[in-house]
Write a protein that binds this ligand. Structure first.
Ligand code: NAD
Length: 392
């Protein structure tokens, strides 16, 4: 069939197998062209099918020749519905990895569940014995708790409402938005979904089952960003969850002998998760403009290669005073942030089209789903049914 993008709100409900494949190939090619990393050889990536998790898996496999197990939560094609982008990405990654002689296995299911954790332990025991690195890269809107109740995360402020500019990316219209504060229960639920509780459960189980190598490392991803996004992000409900994630890293290091837990603070990027946060897409489209102009722009793969090569597996981990790995170092450069602040202040008078990289935003958005990839013939008939080799 001919597959076209169908955008609904913040997501695209279709994905293109060949486009996703090219996306994965581009990331692999990027890593192959960089220096190798003396890094982990057996890696578990939880949330491995898109965004930072996929890039982490690719960087580990191709920079450090690592065997990888990926945990994903994706849908295969059925009838006239395409598979999810994460499904196609994983199918492509496995195909490339297997062809290149790399071990790659994937488990598809809910990473929050006890069943998925138990299956992962079994697979590690059976195939790898132990893992040296565990990447925790889940971004989920909701979580089924062990007792079966479902809790949702919210993107709201804490304490006070917050009003600022936002953009409707489809109409390209600027407007003002007021974000209401989250209730106490909403904050607690957001921490349950996006905080460190599930990460700690994973690490405690892996440790207890003896499947973590001596000196194993685990890393989870966070975001800080500039002051203008703080009420929405760092000081908002999601920021409370990220604080819990930060505390969990310390808890892992202190509580699980031989294991070191880290937070990597990454750059703001268009992913399926960040598109849903109010105000942030406008900030991202200004950030893209400035970083591209200055030749500093990076996507997921550039950062994840740097994470392994320059930060986590250099002679010793390169940490900030709070003990965090910083991949947002270029985003937070004073010259980048001062320029964005200046643009933000003049946004009303000067056209948003002129100042913000809205085309770049949309390009990244479509590419996440395998569309708008140069060289892919979107008029060609294509089979939406693609197998993930290790699941077949
Ligand atoms: P993403 O949506 O691209 O990736 C999330 C991954 O989690 C996907 O592979 C998805 O399938 C998987 N997932 C979700 N629920 C799952 C479940 N129940 N079981 C198994 N897998 C599940 O998001 P992303 O932007 O790459 O986010 C990853 C992490 O990076 C998050 O912690 C996020 O907060 C953080 N981060 C993102 C940004 C950004 O701007 N995008 C910046 C800094 C940090």
């Amino acid at each position: 069939m001919i597959i076209e993008p169908k955008v609904r709100g913040f997501i695209c409900t279709t994905a293109h197998p060949e486009g996703c494949r090219q996306n994965v190939r581009r990331q692999i090619d990027y890593v192959k062209a960089r220096p190798k990393t003396e890094g982990p050889k057996r890696v578990l990536v939880i949330g491995a099918s898109t965004g930072y998790g996929l890039a982490s898996r690719i960087a580990a496999a191709y920079s450090s020749d690592a065997a990888t197990i990926g945990i994903i939560f994706d849908k295969p094609a059925s009838g006239s519905r395409t598979a999810s982008a994460g499904w196609y990405n994983t199918a492509a990654f496995e195909q490339f990895a297997h062809r290149d002689g790399l071990y790659a296995q994937t488990l598809n299911g809910d990473a929050f569940s006890a069943e998925m954790k138990a299956q992962t332990v079994e697979l590690i025991k059976q195939d790898l014995g132990q893992v040296d690195l565990v990447v925790y890269s889940l971004a989920a809107p909701r979580r089924t708790m062990p007792d079966g109740t479902v809790v949702s995360s919210v993107l709201k402020t804490v304490g006070e409402p917050y009003t600022n500019k936002t953009i409707d990316l489809r109409s390209r219209q600027l407007s003002e938005i007021t974000i209401e504060p989250a209730s106490g229960e909403e904050i607690e639920d957001t921490i349950k979904v996006m905080g460190g509780g599930d990460w700690l459960d994973w690490m405690t189980l892996l440790h207890r089952e003896g499947v973590l190598a001596p000196q194993a490392v685990t890393v989870a991803y966070s975001y800080i960003g500039p002051v203008l996004t703080h009420p929405m992000y760092l000081d908002g409900s999601i920021g409370q969850a990220k604080r819990d994630l930060y505390d969990t890293a310390k808890r892992i290091t202190a509580g699980l002998p031989g294991v070191r837990g880290y937070i990597s603070v990454n750059k703001a990027l268009v992913t399926q998760s960040s598109a849903a946060i109010p105000i942030v897409p406008l900030y991202i489209s200004l950030l893209y403009k400035v970083m591209k102009q200055k030749g500093l722009h990076e996507g997921c793969i550039e950062q994840m290669w740097r994470l392994l090569h320059d930060k986590l597996y250099s002679a010793s981990p390169v940490l900030d005073p709070d003990g965090q790995l910083r991949l947002d170092d270029l985003e937070m450069l004073p010259e980048v942030q001062q320029e964005i602040e200046r643009m933000w202040g003049t946004l009303d008078e000067r056209g948003v089209e002129q100042l913000a990289d809205i085309d770049g935003y949309w390009e990244d958005f479509y590419q996440m789903f395998g569309f708008a990839i140069p060289g892919v013939d979107y008029t060609a008939d294509c089979d939406p049914t693609v197998e993930i080799e290790s699941l077949a």
